[in-house]
Write a protein that binds this ligand. Sequence first.
Ligand SMILES: [Zn+2]
Length: 141
Amino acid sequence: MNCELCGREMHRYHEVLIDGVTMKVCDQCAKYGKEVRRATPPVVKATRAQAPAPVSNPLPPPPRRRPVQDIVDDDEPMLDFGKMIKKRREEMGLSQEQLATKLQEKKNLLAKIEREEIKPDKQTARKIEKVLGIRIIEKIQ
Ligand SMILES: [Zn+2]
């Protein structure tokens, strides 16, 4: 049967009073009315001993990202170059190591570029573009 309020298919229903009308509604819609009959079948949960609230241990705020080093002077790589490289690399099924090898660069450097900790220099950027078939230096038209 379907919920009389939202029309969703439901396997059990609540009878609730909404604006003076008794309706058969789903779990989600039950909160909109006053329940006249419990859901079928009634959900009876054994009440557990009150578990202590989890100790919230707030993590320190993440370290501020260092400003991206300006290796490229005039040509500005796209803001999301790291994400683009990572996405494309994963699409091609390459590990960071494999891509780094193709680029003849260190994996470390590639990792930093992907995290956008550093901008690739022009030469590296061109290689990345060529290997991955994406544009990262100029914005896509
Ligand atoms: Zn509903």
